[in-house]
Write a new protein. Structure first.
Length: 289
């Protein structure tokens, strides 16, 4: 096999556990705050400033199928002036120094699929108040894409680690195990098709991270913290008797974008076409009481 000309894929810029409950444990009637994931192909496509974005000149794009993703950090912010870290942090994933510098521990990451519950915590653990915004630091994505090779349209799996820093012992990509045993900065990616896997590192700043509050509440470079506004806010009184669900809807609208060599709208790495962006294109949260 000619390896499907996978050497050309080396120019790609980057790219994407739940524990079972113990039935022997007593259940609680306490209401919970539930966080659920959604990947929306029709949701508005935004740029880093949270403004509607067209596909770049000379580029083409496709909407991937997102198999699952992980978040490392979720924060509720009362208003547009609440700086990152000064809101109500309802989730932070585990970190480690096993690779040297502080990093996300990927072996402990929660992987969520479309429509699944990512997080459930007692409402009693969340401070009462009114919250207008939510911030989510996305750390990992795994998705299926289409590409053209020697005139044949094929599918492959793209995995991207887009957290600020990631300690990866190993990871699975479509049944193939990739051993890393090291820290990897934002933009480390791997691509698999027909049993072959290649990996690489994106340049700094390559991932789009929409933040409509860039002027009043900026985020650090490389953090991949998406910011979204509740349409009617989120209110927690402390007197709830029922669950509250936050639905996090992420835009995957043409989120896989590349520079075209052959202007046919098909991703063709063997022709020298290179991936320019794979960042999620916006966050719209909603609340169900």
């Amino acid at each position: 096999m000619n390896k499907l000309k996978f050497l050309a894929l080396s120019s790609i810029a980057f790219l994407f556990s739940c524990s079972n409950s113990d039935d022997s444990q007593p259940t609680s009637n306490e209401p919970n705050l539930i966080v659920r994931l959604k990947f929306d192909k029709d949701q508005i496509r935004l740029n880093n400033l949270g403004q509607p974005a067209e596909i770049g000149e000379g580029n083409a794009a496709q909407t991937p199928i997102v198999n699952y993703m992980s978040a490392h950090y979720i924060e509720l912010a009362p208003n547009l002036y609440t700086l990152l870290g000064e809101g109500e942090v309802i989730y932070k994933g585990e970190e480690t120094t096993a690779g040297g510098a502080q990093a996300i521990d990927f072996s402990k990451a929660i992987l969520g699929q479309d429509g699944e519950v990512f997080l459930s915590i007692p409402l009693s653990e969340v401070s009462t108040g009114n919250y207008d915004w939510v911030r989510v630091s996305v750390s990992y994505q795994n998705g299926t894409i289409k590409f053209l090779n020697s005139g044949n349209e094929l599918t492959g799996t793209m995995a991207s680690f887009i957290g600020y820093n990631n300690y990866i012992y190993s990871f699975d990509i479509n049944g193939q195990t990739v051993e890393v045993n090291a820290n990897k900065l934002q933009g480390y990616w791997a691509f698999e098709t027909l049993g072959y896997v290649i990996d690489g590192q994106a340049p700094e700043g390559a991932v789009t991270v929409p933040n409509p509050l860039f002027e009043s509440s900026p985020i650090p470079q490389g953090s991949c913290v998406l910011t979204g506004q509740f349409e009617n806010g989120l209110t927690i009184t402390g007197n709830e008797t029922e669950d509250i669900t936050i639905n996090l809807s992420f835009s995957i609208n043409n989120s896989f974008e590349w520079n075209e060599v052959n202007t046919d709208g098909k991703f063709e790495p063997s022709a020298g076409e290179t991936l320019t962006d794979m960042g999620l294109r916006g966050l719209i949260p909603s609340v169900t009481y």
